[in-house]
Design a protein. Structure first.
Length: 146
């Protein structure tokens, strides 16, 4: 999700969907980032995340105001979708009122679909499996007919 990823994207597009009350209540916020990578790099992205989750339990990130935010991280169950997938749950340790987010990354060939599901309380779960599988099918079709 970085604005300066270790493996630069060839192209990207984002979308956001909220349920009622997501930005000030108990709804859900879902973000989607579709990224195109050079051959082999999408697999390195997913593999790198999976490897990091074996040891990483926290990280710091610079926010839009230049401050550092700290997050706790734990592995999550990845959906059975795409060519491979990985997932983790992250919590902003400095602002627990913002809730938790599940980040799910699904690779389709040389593309990745990153889903971020945020809820202000409780386990955010992840993206609906039907949505993940449908997006995989669309990316696979696009790759087959460039």
């Amino acid at each position: 999700m970085s604005s300066r990823p270790a493996r630069p994207r060839g192209a990207l597009v984002t979308a956001a969907v909220t349920t009622r009350g997501a930005l000030g209540g108990d709804g859900e916020l879902n973000l989607l980032l579709l990224s195109a990578h050079r051959n082999g790099e999408a697999a390195e992205v997913v593999g790198g995340i999976t490897a990091a989750l074996e040891e990483c339990r926290s990280f710091g990130a610079i926010d839009g105001e230049g401050g550092t935010r700290h997050f706790a991280v734990r592995p999550a169950r990845a959906p059975a979708a795409g060519d491979e997938a990985t997932a983790y749950v992250m919590t902003d340790t400095g602002d627990t009122a913002r809730g938790t987010a599940t980040v799910t990354v699904v690779r389709t060939g040389s593309s990745t679909a990153t889903y971020v599901t945020v809820k202000p309380s409780g386990d955010p779960g992840g993206p609906p499996l039907a949505v993940v599988r449908a997006q995989h099918a669309k990316l696979a079709e696009a790759a087959a007919h460039p």
